[in-house]
Design a protein around this ligand. Structure first.
Ligand code: G3H
Ligand code: ZN
Length: 300
């Protein structure tokens, strides 16, 4: 199977972006992989620590394998925003093929140390994990690790209050180059005016800063834009043109799924068979993901 690293390098060179979508139920995972299959894109499924605990790390890995076998497309599972080295190690040991270690709330030195520890652990331990899951990955070089630099505010919900971004929150291009060199990561998540969740005000991405960070780091390290919900399409396209190769979306799909589920439940108040009322929500989720993947230029 093609490695995520190769896909991201191709996306960076050709100026399109992969999409990363969060899941906490097998139904969400199915919506993501079916959307990816429909447009001809790789599927990247993320589970935050909370989502992974709800779904189960081993269960997420088993479902990932089942969807790969069923649909015959590249499906990657990422440990989204894992905020400690220990949590990231759990995901590596479980068989995740992509790790996001997010120590951005810590000092630069602590962030470097912890992120590098995860990169090293992934190199040493992934051979063992790959052997356990022989159909997952062919060699240790396939695992992709993402670090985060800069401070991303908000969380994945509709924000009721205005969130102010401070100048020191933004990722500095020179520090980004230093961080990449010291940690050995494959992907870098950056703060460039993005805020987790759907914010009250329209976000204003610093496109010039994305370009500068892109120029400051090696081509084979992909740039990741988190907090993709609520960002206008023209800004998404400009961010991709400036070098973003992976965009995270959670709130948009959470809201669409939940609203569709509420609507269906109120239409069918006496229905007690779950698959008769949750299939519509899954279809809504899939259709929105198809739209996002097309916006990112990921189709085909
Ligand atoms: O890691 C997850 C994403 O950054 C989600 O952000 O909820 O604003 O789409 P979002
Ligand atoms: Zn995020």
């Amino acid at each position: 199977m093609i490695a995520l690293k190769e896909i991201l390098l191709q996306a960076t060179r050709e100026h399109w972006s992969t999409g990363h979508f969060n899941a906490s139920e097998s139904d969400h995972m199915r919506a993501i992989v079916e959307a990816a299959k429909e447009v001809g894109a790789p599927a990247i499924i993320g589970t935050s620590e909370g989502e992974a605990k709800h779904l189960g790390y081993l269960e997420a890995v088993a479902l990932r394998d089942a969807f790969r076998a069923e649909l015959g497309i590249p499906v990657f599972l990422n440990s989204d925003h894992h905020k400690s080295v220990e949590a990231a190690k759990i995901a590596i040991d479980a068989g995740y093929d992509s790790i996001h270690i997010d120590l951005s709330a810590q000092s630069f030195d602590e962030n470097v140390r912890g992120t590098r520890d995860v990169v090293e652990y992934a190199k040493i331990n992934h051979r063992y994990v790959a052997n356990q899951h022989s159909n997952i990955l062919q060699n240790v070089g396939m695992l992709s690790v993402e670090g985060e630099l800069g401070y991303l505010r908000g969380d994945s919900k509709i924000q009721k209050e205005k969130i102010e971004i401070k100048p020191e929150d933004y990722t500095d291009p020179d520090q980004a180059a230093d961080f990449v060199a010291k940690t050995g990561i494959n992907r870098l998540a950056i703060a460039v005016g993005n805020i987790h969740g759907i914010s009250l005000d329209e976000p204003n991405l610093d496109i010039d800063r994305i370009k500068k960070i892109r120029e400051a780091i090696p081509e084979n390290v992909a740039l990741v834009l988190h907090a993709g919900s609520g960002i206008p399409d023209d800004q998404i396209k400009a961010a991709i043109a400036a070098g973003i190769a992976n965009i995270h979306i959670n709130t948009d799909i959470r809201v669409a799924y939940t609203e569709a589920l509420r609507k269906e439940l109120s239409k069918k108040p006496d229905e007690t068979t779950p698959y008769r009322f949750d299939a519509a929500a899954r279809d809504t989720l899939k259709n929105l993901i198809v739209e996002k993947l097309r916006l990112f230029g990921s189709g085909g």
